[in-house]
Design a protein around this ligand. Structure first.
Ligand SMILES: [Zn+2]
Ligand SMILES: [Zn+2]
Length: 271
């Protein structure tokens, strides 16, 4: 199994070990995009370096043998005056071994210009370097932005804007994962032609919801992942989805697409 959205820094070692024992041996770690205490580019660089070194080494001890990194300029925490330098930094990392794409990058609102400026820059970077991009879309269930107007957080509106930006950029939809889908946004996103990320965790999807999407749309464009992975008893999200799919009598070949081959092909992983 591959988990394409694995925030390794917040996933305890015990959970990583359970995942390794479940033969989830490959993960893609998206750089964090909204750590409020990011205040300098040195901290972003440190974040990339830790994932590529100590986090990778720890995970290996637990049976997660392949750790890949996607890089981003955080949507939150750094001012736009750092954006050019941040993109320069990303340019130094994108050719490195195990750096397989851009992300996560996306938007939660259509009312905060900062988000859109950063997102457009990340899409342009991915296109220029011809690498995949993991696109964050508003979480299916609850908003972390307490205090904002509900209209600021309209998932359909935000998804429409994200797709518009992607289409206008000219990036190949086959290089894009629109992540954290739910029923509402999935219907809209399907027509764009990208890969669709199904994130199984507390504020996103359950295994049975993922089974129902599979039944409706088939396995060819879905990529299952965990995001933070808090789903009740901890991060066993991708293996749990496999069990749910098996229980629903999905053929093995279909399951393998959703938890392995689609991601392997998109990111061209050397595994
Ligand atoms: Zn996200
Ligand atoms: Zn995430």
């Amino acid at each position: 199994m591959i988990d394409t959205h694995f925030h390794i820094g917040v996933i305890p070692h015990e959970w990583q070990h359970i995942l390794g024992l479940c033969e989830l041996d490959t993960v893609i770690v998206p750089s964090d995009q909204m750590i409020p205490d990011y205040s300098t580019l040195d901290m972003v660089k440190d974040h990339y370096d830790r994932i590529l070194t100590e986090k990778t080494e720890n995970a290996h001890d637990f049976g997660i043998f392949n750790v890949f990194l996607a890089i981003t300029f955080p949507m939150w925490g750094l001012p736009l005056t750092s954006l050019d330098k941040g993109i320069e930094l990303m340019g130094q990392y994108i050719g490195k071994p195990r750096v397989v794409g851009v992300g996560e990058a996306g938007m939660d609102t259509v009312t905060v210009e900062h988000e859109e400026v950063v997102f457009k820059a990340m899409v342009a970077f991915a296109k220029e370097h011809n690498v995949p991009i993991i696109v964050h879309t508003p979480p299916p269930r609850h908003s972390p932005y307490l205090g904002r107007e509900k209209s600021d957080y309209d998932k359909r509106k935000v998804m429409e804007q994200i797709i518009k930006i992607l289409v206008n950029s000219g990036i190949d939809p086959k290089k894009v994962i629109l992540d954290h889908m739910n029923k509402e946004t999935l219907e809209m996103a399907w027509g764009y032609g990208s890969w669709l990320g199904l994130s199984c965790c507390l504020d996103k999807l359950s295994g049975p919801e993922i089974v129902s999407f599979y039944r409706e749309y088939g396995p060819d464009r879905f990529i299952v992942n965990s995001e933070w992975g808090f789903s009740g008893g901890g991060n066993r999200s991708v293996p749990k989805v496999v069990v749910d799919l098996k229980a629903a009598s999905a053929p093995l070949e279909d399951i393998q697409k959703m938890v392995f081959y689609n991601a392997k092909n998109l990111f061209n992983l050397p595994i």
